[in-house]
Ligand binder design. Structure first.
Ligand SMILES: [Zn+2]
Length: 242
C-alpha cells in the first residue's frame, strides 16, 4: 500500500513540476551554426508544385505571407525554407481559407491574415522536433516521423493584422512554448497579469473567424488551426513523402 501511495505522489509531483515549468518562456538555444536548408527547400517546392492535391497560396485579397521558417527568425534558428516565401495548402483546405478571407472582407475590411506556415515538408518537421528534443516542451511539436497536420497540407499557422498592417498583439510569439500561448493557459495568465484581456480578445477574434470558416483550433497554440480532426486526416489523407 505504501508503495502505491509513493507511486501516486511521484506521478502527481511530476505532473505539477511539468505544468509549472511550461508556464515559463522557453527559448531554445540558438544553433552555433545557423543553417539554410536550400537543397531540401528546393526539392520540397518542386514536389509541392507537382502534387495535384496541393495548391499554392498565391495572392488573395486580405492575405499576406510571412513564412517564419523561410527566415532565421524562428524557434529553430535555421532558415529551413531557404528564404523561399512560397506556401502550399491541400486543395480540401483551400475553401476554408477562402471562407475565412471572405468573413474578413465583409466584417473587418482592411484586416488581413498573415501566414506563418502552411503545408510543411517532413525534413522541416524533423528540424523543429530536434530543436525541442529532450526538453519539457517536446510535446508541443509533432514527430518528424509520424508528422502533424501541417505534413498533410491541412494545417495553417497564422496571425491577423489590422488595417495599418500591424499584427494584433497575442501576448506570445508564434511558436513560443508557454502554457499561456494557448487557450488552456489563458485564464491563469490573465489572473497573473501575464496576458491582458485585450490580447485574449485578439486571439478570440482570430479563433472566431477561423471557426466559422470551418477550422479546428488547437488548445495549446493560438496561431495553429487544423482543417479537419487529426483522426479524420490520418484516415483519409496521405502524409507527405518528403
Ligand atoms: Zn502549426
Amino acid at each position: 500500500m505504501a508503495r502505491f501511495f509513493f507511486v501516486v505522489i511521484f506521478i502527481v509531483s511530476t505532473f505539477f513540476s511539468f505544468a509549472h515549468e511550461t508556464d515559463s518562456l522557453f527559448v531554445p538555444p540558438k544553433p552555433a551554426k545557423p543553417l539554410r536548408y536550400c537543397s531540401s527547400a528546393k526539392q520540397w517546392v518542386d514536389y509541392a508544385s507537382h502534387d495535384s492535391n496541393l495548391v499554392e497560396i498565391t495572392y488573395m485579397r486580405g492575405l499576406r505571407m510571412d513564412l517564419r521558417y523561410a527566415t532565421f527568425n524562428n524557434v529553430t534558428g535555421h532558415d529551413m525554407y531557404c528564404g523561399i516565401q512560397r506556401a502550399f495548402i491541400h486543395k480540401d483546405g483551400l475553401p476554408k481559407l477562402k471562407r475565412a478571407l471572405s468573413i474578413i472582407a465583409k466584417e473587418l475590411p482592411g484586416y488581413s491574415l498573415v501566414i506563418f506556415d502552411a503545408a510543411r515538408p517532413m525534413y522541416a518537421q524533423s528540424v523543429l522536433k530536434q530543436s525541442v528534443a529532450g526538453t519539457p516542451y517536446s510535446h508541443f511539436v509533432s514527430s518528424g516521423k509520424t508528422g502533424g497536420l501541417h505534413n498533410y497540407g491541412l494545417a495553417l499557422d497564422l496571425g491577423i493584422a489590422d488595417s495599418t498592417g500591424n499584427l494584433l498583439d497575442m501576448g506570445a510569439d508564434f511558436d513560443s512554448f508557454e502554457r499561456c500561448a494557448g487557450f488552456v493557459g489563458e485564464a491563469d495568465a490573465l489572473k497573473s497579469g501575464r496576458l491582458t484581456q485585450q490580447q485574449i480578445d485578439n486571439r478570440n477574434l482570430l479563433r472566431n473567424i477561423m471557426k466559422r470558416a470551418g477550422w479546428v483550433m488547437l488548445s495549446s497554440e493560438w496561431w495553429h488551426f487544423n482543417a479537419f480532426t487529426r483522426a479524420y486526416t490520418k484516415e483519409h489523407y496521405p502524409l507527405f513523402p518528403i
